[in-house]
Design a protein around this ligand. Structure first.
Ligand code: AMP
Ligand code: GLY
Length: 429
């Protein structure tokens, strides 16, 4: 089977690395990919938002299976596009159609979905510019902090947690009146603040059946001890110590099953990943958000724990055979530390030569923002540069392996957090 992965991050390198181990995978393509994916497959320099170019790539390379990494093409309807082309009718694609992708593409849609299908979540109200005055009055009545969310995709920047009423009113006005976040902010969801511990659960769906993949915890803030600006993710750990079997059972019964029943009752055949962002509040799960894809860097700790053949798992998903699939998960702990460019998540430079990857030991090196320069050297090409995953029998050892590699790899302006997983080492019930 020839497989095409769409995307260019650490998530896609982890997918490519895992698929390349399978007997079932003949040729592997990544569009556009990065310097890391080039070592396990063939990069195709096209944009995944250019659906015609994707279709051409599929035809030219006899692709049978497409795995969509990021949310943007899904929300823009890449699955519907491929399904609409009679010349691509045999292509299997892992990712939901446009209707399913609304779970991530519209916060208003996903809040309504959760309320309608009895899925525990923070209470909320949605406002547009027509209700500006009512909205501002409503904000006054809310306890602090106040959570404001732009309805549409905003590259992970659309959530504001205001500590003062004045800040909430300002952010609300900026989104609705001044067009901050563009059309993504033309609706604003105002939500109750949930206090608890966050983690993510991943579900793989074949349209009928599902498998729950290993859960993970992400470290979103740029600074140590969870300080400073939000990022795409500075590290991740799997498994998550505070998500015990009892909690995960509640997640399955109160969140996963009602979500899949809800999708079905909305007439949505969902094939692909659902990433459920959860708050654990005194042992009870509440949904913060849905994403319609795997997380990054969560994939870089989830995939190393999957012992089953990943191409077979993807093929079973595409064929609707997940119920017959024996998913094997390693009990080991995986910890990833993300190396970023100096200045990230603000302005940063690209093109810094990366060295030391060949000197790392006993660690998975997943490339994210990397490419080759004119001298065929590997250079930085994004804010998040690499994710370094240590796998071990204990959290301490997995942290040590990941951190050691983070010291060894070098480039100008390198920054990473030294405390990934440390809170979980200290955690006790
Ligand atoms: P999202 O883009 O929905 O993942 O939100 C980004 C981050 O904001 C989440 O990962 C949480 O840390 C935080 N967040 C979102 N909604 C809430 C909420 N209702 N209560 C507390 N924190 C939240
Ligand atoms: N790490 C968070 C995300 O992938 O959305």
């Amino acid at each position: 089977m020839n497989i095409l992965i769409l995307g260019s991050g650490g998530r896609e390198h982890a997918f490519a690395w895992k698929l390349a181990q399978s007997q079932l995978c003949d040729r592997l393509y990544i569009a556009p990919g990065n310097a890391g994916t080039a070592s396990v497959g063939t990069n195709i320099p096209i944009s995944y938002n250019d659906f015609e170019a994707v279709a051409e790539t599929i035809i030219k390379n006899d692709i049978e299976l497409v795995i969509v990494g990021p949310e943007e093409p899904l929300v823009n309807g890449i699955v519907d596009y491929i399904e609409s082309r009679s010349d691509l009718s045999k292509i299997k694609i892992i990712g939901p159609n446009k209707a399913g992708a609304q779970l991530e593409g519209s916060k208003d849609y996903s809040k309504n979905f959760m309320q309608k299908h009895g899925i525990p979540t923070a209470s909320s109200r949605t406002f547009t510019i027509e209700d500006l005055a009512i909205g501002l009055e409503y904000l006054e009545t809310l306890p602090l902090p106040i959570v404001l969310k732009a309805d549409g995709l905003a590259a992970g920047k659309g959530v504001i947690i205001a500590e003062k009423h004045k800040d909430a009113e300002q952010a609300f006005t900026e989104m609705l009146v001044d067009g901050k976040f563009g059309s993504a902010g033309s609706k604003v969801v105002v939500e109750q603040f949930l206090k608890g511990i966050e983690l993510s659960v991943f579900v793989l769906c074949d349209g009928e059946n599902y498998k729950i993949l290993p859960e993970a915890k992400d470290y979103k803030r740029i600074g140590e001890n969870d300080t400073g600006l939000n990022t795409g993710g500075m590290g991740a750990v799997s498994p998550v110590i505070f998500a015990d079997a009892n909690f995960l059972r509640k997640v399955e019964e109160k969140v996963v099953k009602p979500t899949l029943r809800g999708l079905k009752s909305e007439g949505i055949k969902y094939v692909g990943f659902i990433f459920i962002g959860l708050m654990n509040i005194k042992g009870e799960p509440f949904v913060i958000e849905y994403n319609v894809r795997m997380g990054d860097p969560e994939t870089e700790v989830v995939l190393p724990r999957i012992q089953s053949d990943f191409a077979m798992l993807m093929a079973a998903t595409a064929k609707g055979n997940l119920n017959d699939f024996d998913l094997k998960i390693s009990p080991q702990v995986a910890v990833t530390t993300v190396l970023v460019a100096g200045g990230y998540p603000g302005e940063y430079e690209k093109g810094k030569v990366i060295s030391g990857s060949d000197k790392t030991e006993d660690v998975h090196v997943y490339h994210a923002g990397t490419t080759f320069n004119g001298n065929a050297e590997t250079v930085t090409n994004g804010g998040r540069v690499m994710a370094l995953t240590g796998v071990a029998n204990s959290l301490e050892n997995a942290v040590r392996k990941s951190q050691r590699a983070a010291q060894v790899i070098q480039y100008d302006g390198k920054y990473f957090r030294h405390d990934i997983g440390m809170d979980l080492i200290r955690y006790n019930d």
